[in-house]
Unconditional design. Sequence first.
Length: 413
Amino acid sequence: MARKFLYIIAVIIVILFVGAIALAIWSREATEIAFVPRGEFVEQEALAANAYEDPAMWYSRPGIGTSDPARYQPAIAELAPDPADEAPSPDTPAAEQSLDAPDELATTGSQRGEAADTTASPDFTVFFVPPTSYTKGALGEWNAPLNDEETDKLARVFLRGLASPFNRADEIWAPKYRQAAVGAFLTEREEATQAIDAAYADVVQAFDYFLANADPEKPIVLAGHSQGSVHVLRLLREKVAGTAAEARIAAVYAPGWPISVLHDLPAYPYPACAAPDQAQCIVSYISFADGGDPGQLLRRYSVLPGIDGEPRGLEDAVVCTNPITGMSGGSAPASENLGTLKPTEDLSAGELIAGAVPARCDARGILRIGSPPDLGPGVLPGDNYHVYDIPLFWKNLQEDVLRRVRAWTPAEA
């Protein structure tokens, strides 16, 4: 039964993220029919003032223990041997061996990964906003209901792969919230803005509770992915900039959502990360294979006004932090990738594979990852690796967080 459920989850992932680039395949009208909720927007009743005091309102928070999905620690893969490394013999001459090199992601097994030791790491706490896991599409509501079993199960699957690089933190907080439907990001209808605003209102309430209850002496890492990144970036502008919290933010991780260098970035209190040992900066990128076409995604993004109110141009550059080097732009070979998290087919586990995937920021700020790696059913048409933005560079991001936290110093120090 558990295996059947995990296969269903794999199918749901494909359905969910195909919506993000549906405009690359269908007309606007067909896209709205498939993914945009058909009903009217229903005003969301405000949560109780003490709603986030309830531990059930959090996927991750201190005290959950080993069932916390963000505390997941992947296994370490044993790479398949390259025949070219073996001594040649009459049956397997070296010239033929080199043609039989295994795929970069081929493994023969794995060893149990060691649990993250938070005592060996700098003190810090994480506020992670989960991505969309509400999958009802056109037949659903504009906002996910709370305590929807299917939404919660998929959210935990996502957090195992997306929030776990932050598992060396002393505290990880990841709230439930009434997420906007996928279709809210595919239409210009007024209801879409209302749905995103309603989701953000829950995130604000969770963030306020987090600030009031997290250890005040520890720096904060803000993180999210996809819709979660949208809300994290808005928190930066509306709840962090100009407040006491601004000095406490060690770093911000917002992959999976484009940030215009010209029209968006100046509105944030921190710059894009330019160096691996830089604190108080923003890490952002969107991942495509070398032959992947982000054109439709960027065309959709370009019709929306930037934070400055000006239209984003189709050729405008977006922020690209190279997740292997921690620097703005540039390239890094696969040999410098410390570990890609490859899930098993049933998504029940995963293993870290070193040296498999390179990273290069192109002229527009798209992160290119070489030839399309085989990571599973979540790869979108056009070689869009949106769902794998974080797993592609799992181990490098884990180390990147520690460097930026160590570089952070309080404003009064």
